[in-house]
Design a protein around this ligand. Structure first.
Ligand code: FAD
Ligand code: SIN
Length: 535
């Protein structure tokens, strides 16, 4: 298969870009690959909403910029923050044009929610299922767009570079170029190659590297691992955001999220004794940025020897609660909790990767002809801690920016005509069917355990060293299994997750300070040197 524009991922980032390109080049076919169902993405599970300056009387770009910078704890790229905040509202208008419906109040104005770290109400939402509504609108627009071919159940294994043509490629190679991808057709079990002039990685997050996560099964950090293997630049992987309030439901994975918007509407965190503890940690109490709330909960759980704290909504107006959060209300009822009568047991869960594939202000990665957008990318917006509801916004703003840049790049590629005439097929020689798939599942469990026990919300040098030694062993064993067996999505995901785990630990080891989401009790001070850890 050959194409000019190849997109990996059908979440908000991949679809925003694809629609832009397809509408601009109606004569070209855009290929979008996704590893399971089209809508099985982190995007679909987004609850709280999308941040944007909407009410210009009360709110302003400056306030949204300021809130983002404060949450990011010194590491945001100010230029990128300004770009995203200022270009965001235009992108939101576009998705509304595609058909996304955001809730309005009685006067017909958008009803704007509030979440941790926001100084104003600026979150547009669709009940408590905003992501599902946005994904629906995007997929329906894709269906209406004749020149997008969406290929489901295809697993991208690796990007193709000069390495596959037999050249030595190292971290110091300056012109590493992407020529397409190797992809496993999950139904036929065949590995095919797709050559492309321009490739966009929109592969989402990596929450599945932890035992408890809000992320669905697809969130295995594939894009980050592929770029790292191809010797591209990855940064700030130590900044894993733990959402403070995932529903505590032992044995259920992924964890069901209780959106921060519930606290925005008045929900109060209480410990085992029923005490509202957040006032002891931050003057913004329950609406402090996520890193602070998650650490406070972690501390309360450790102090009291409990596996969760409580979110108290009993004082909230029942009708309003059900109107804004129908999905949460129903989910809690389904496990025997009537939120108007009982408190909700909640605990932190891995939620969002602030770091990722390093990009510039147009979404270009360190590998030529390869863009990255959405959660897999590190644009500099989030710094050391993402402000709630800035992620969907970033994906749309950068979807547009990658598209704008691609229109120039495609001209340049066409004029230079330096695309290799022949790319090698996937080499499967010498590999056999895996004898024991159970080895893959067990290693994955071990990995999740290691990451959760040693690389969670509170870290120490000893814990990080322990994690690294254990990951080394898993890496060695898995690589030898990978070389000997036929490729499968399960095997590829395990490999990718081990790489992601390694990158998180490595980043955490390099960062000798506590900043934002990275908290190491052996280095509690903030370093005077503001630096991104590039791996
Ligand atoms: P995704 O939407 O995750 O899409 C990734 C795509 O890549 C999928 O289609 C997947 O199949 C594909 N893919 C991955 N690897 C491969 C591969 N190897 N081969 C082929 N395809 C592949 N953010 C907010 O701003 N507001 C919120 O309210 C909010 N709530 C959230 C609630 C939950 C429960 C979660 C999990 C996240 C939430 N977030 C929220 C974060 C936000 O939803 C995500 O960061 C964002 O949707 C990511 O979009 P994306 O397009 O980058 O990736
Ligand atoms: C939430 O609804 O609490 C999640 C919002 C986000 O992750 O930005």
């Amino acid at each position: 298969m050959q194409t000019d524009f190849l997109v990996i991922g059908s979440g908000i980032a991949g679809l925003t870009y694809s629609l832009k390109v397809a509408k601009y080049y109606p004569e070209k076919q855009i290929i979008v690959i996704t590893k399971t169902q089209a809508d099985e993405t982190n995007t679909k599970y987004a609850q709280g909403g999308i941040a944007g300056v909407w009410d210009e009387e009360k709110d302003s770009y400056d306030k949204h910029i300021e809130d983002t910078l404060i949450a990011g704890d010194g590491l945001c790229n100010e230029k990128i923050v300004e770009i995203v905040v200022k270009e965001g509202p235009e992108r939101i208008k576009e998705i509304i044009e595609y058909g996304a419906r955001f809730d309005k109040d009685a006067s017909g104005e958008y009803s704007l929610g509030k979440e941790g770290g926001h100084s104003e109400n600026r979150i547009l939402h669709h009940k408590d299922v905003t992501g599902q509504e946005m994904e629906r609108a995007l997929l329906e627009e894709v269906e209406r767009t004749h020149n997008i071919r969406l290929i489901k159940h295809c697993f991208v294994i690796d990007i193709i570079t000069q390495h596959h043509l037999g050249y030595l490629v190292t971290k110091s190679t300056t012109d590493i170029t992407c020529y397409g991808v190797y992809v496993l057709n999950v139904h036929s079990n065949a590995v095919e190659k797709i050559t492309s002039k321009i490739t966009l990685l929109a592969t989402g997050g990596n929450g599945q590297v932890y035992r408890t996560t809000t992320n669905p099964r697809i969130a295995t950090g594939d894009g980050v691992a592929m770029v790292y293997r191809a010797k591209g630049r990855i940064e700030n992987m130590e900044f894993i955001q733990f959402h403070p309030t995932a529903l505590f439901e032992p044995g259920v994975s992924p964890s069901f999220l209780i959106t921060e918007a519930v606290r925005g509407d008045g929900g109060i965190l209480r410990n085992k004794q029923g005490e509202a503890f957040m006032e002891h940690y931050d003057e913004r109490k329950d609406l402090a940025p996520r890193d602070i709330v998650a650490r406070a909960i972690d501390n309360e759980m450790k102090k009291n020897g409990t596996e969760h704290v409580f979110l108290d909504c009993r004082h909230m107006d029942k009708e309003k609660f059900i109107h804004h959060f129908p999905n949460i209300y129903q989910k809690c009822l389904s496990i025997g909790i009537d939120v108007t009568q009982q408190m909700i047991p909640v605990a932190p869960a891995a939620h969002y990767s602030c770091g990722g594939i390093k990009t510039d202000d147009m979404g270009r990665t360190s590998i030529k002809h390869l863009y990255a957008c959405g959660e897999c990318a590190s644009t500099g917006l989030h710094g050391a801690n993402r402000l709630a509801s800035n992620s969907l916004l970033e994906a749309m703003v950068f979807g547009q920016r990658c598209f704008t840049d691609s229109t120039e790049l495609i001209e340049e590629i066409n004029n230079n005509n330096h695309f290799p005439s022949e790319l090698p097929d996937w080499k499967a020689k010498g590999t056999t069917e895996p004898k024991e798939m159970i080895l893959i599942t067990q290693t994955r469990k071990e990995l999740e355990q290691i990451m959760s026990d040693y690389v969670g919300i509170v870290r120490t040098d000893v814990r990080l060293r322990r994690a690294m030694r254990r990951l080394d062993l898993l890496y060695e064993e898995t690589e030898s299994l990978y070389r000997a067996t036929k490729v499968s999505p399960q095997m590829c995901e395990l490999r990718n997750l081990i790489t992601v785990g390694y990158l998180i630990v490595k980043g955490a080891e390099f960062r000798k300070e506590s900043r934002g989401l990275h908290y190491n009790t052996d280095h509690l001070e903030k370093s005077a040197l503001l630096q991104n850890i590039i791996l």
